[in-house]
Design a protein around this ligand. Structure first.
Ligand SMILES: Nc1ncnc2c1ncn2[C@@H]1O[C@H](COP(=O)(O)OP(=O)(O)O)[C@@H](O)[C@H]1O
Ligand SMILES: [Mg+2]
Length: 317
């Protein structure tokens, strides 16, 4: 097949996406496809329209890539593309709106509040947040990834500076109760039949599972399955599957969860284009389930093409 792999882009996760795209492209070439890497820029519309591609593999992370915008472009172009559609992509990028939906269907989401960072941070606001959520509390941009702009604030000063930092990435900032427990992530595939991948526990050398821990070799370890009781693994897997379907995801997603001492799975977020290097979390969990990286990429392409063929709706431009 003639395939395009979309990568790079302008988000804060550009570097990660370049790596994901490179490895996806290599894997798909290994399966005999004719693969063109496309670094997202202003010419991408023309490149994709004129390229006679049979499918687009989307390896873009973050804003303008994972958030429904690129999916909208691909819908207009009438090209099959991997992963979730416009709505689920946009929803999952928005931690506040996704969190509200997940809480409304009865899943456990650490209590949170959204703030609009238009002015500076008033001392009363900080005081109110501290008394509502306790310390430490978490401050993060509503629409960002890779732990960028995130602070775990241990005192009022850190809350104030955390709000300013998060506000640099997104005017909409989320303040959240700190969930303590075992950090796990669960990959879900739906190509189209749903397969919940084994629980993967993340052990970080850094106190926080931050950008450095995520992308520096040796700074975090994956343990499959997670070292939590069987019942907690089941509960977390059911939570991941429900989050995936209720948010309307398609193809793949990875659900970040903290499992507390009582075994309750607290959902942090759903990633619709998770890291896709061979060593990334979802590919690692897929491998543990017997799905090699190239097979994973192939499945996502096959699903995208099948979904497009079954599409009912207005014709593309
Ligand atoms: N409410 C929370 N309680 C405890 N740790 C959190 C919380 N929110 C985020 N974290 C930590 O920060 C990391 C990144 O947060 P997450 O919500 O997954 O955003 P993203 O990965 O998109 O930056 C998590 O993997 C976790 O280590
Ligand atoms: Mg995350």
């Amino acid at each position: 097949m003639k395939l395009a792999v979309l990568r790079g882009g302008k988000s804060a996760e550009r570097e990660v996406s370049l790596r994901s795209g490179e490895q996806v492209a290599r894997a798909l070439r290994g399966r005999g496809h004719d693969v063109t890497p496309v670094d997202l820029d202003a010419r991408t519309w023309d490149v994709l329209r004129d390229g006679r591609f049979e499918c687009v593999f989307n390896a873009l992370h973050g804003r303008l890539g994972e958030d429904g915008t690129v999916q909208g472009m691909l819908e207009l172009l009438g090209l099959p593309y991997t992963g979730s559609g416009v709505l689920a992509s946009a929803l999952c990028m928005d931690k506040a709106r996704a969190g509200k939906i997940l809480a409304a269907i009865g899943l456990h989401v650490p209590e949170f509040e959204e703030l609009e960072m238009t002015h500076g941070v008033a001392a009363e606001v900080v005081e109110r947040l501290v008394s509502r959520f306790g310390l430490p509390l978490v401050v993060k941009p509503v629409r960002e990834g890779s732990t960028i702009g995130l602070t775990i604030a241990k005192d009022a000063d850190a809350v104030a500076s955390g709000l300013v930092l998060a506000g640099r990435y997104d005017r909409r900032v989320l303040v959240q109760r700190f969930a303590s427990g075992t950090e796990i992530t669960i990959g879900v595939l739906a190509t189209p039949e749903m397969q919940v991948l084994p629980t993967l526990e993340i052990v970080s050398e850094n106190p926080l599972y931050d950008y450095d821990a995520k992308y520096t070799a040796g700074k975090s370890h994956h343990i499959i399955p997670a070292r939590i009781p069987e019942a907690a693994r089941t509960a977390a897997s059911e939570t991941a599957a429900r989050a995936f379907s209720e948010l309307g995801c398609s193809g793949m997603a990875r659900v970040d969860i903290i499992v507390d001492a009582a075994g309750t799975p607290w959902v942090l977020e759903v990633n619709t284009v998770p890291g896709l290097t061979e060593l990334s979390l979802l590919p690692d969990a897929a491998r543990a389930a017997g799905i090699a990286f190239d097979e994973l990429c192939q499945r996502l392409v096959d699903h995208a093409v099948g979904r497009h063929d079954r599409h009912v709706g207005p014709p593309a431009l």
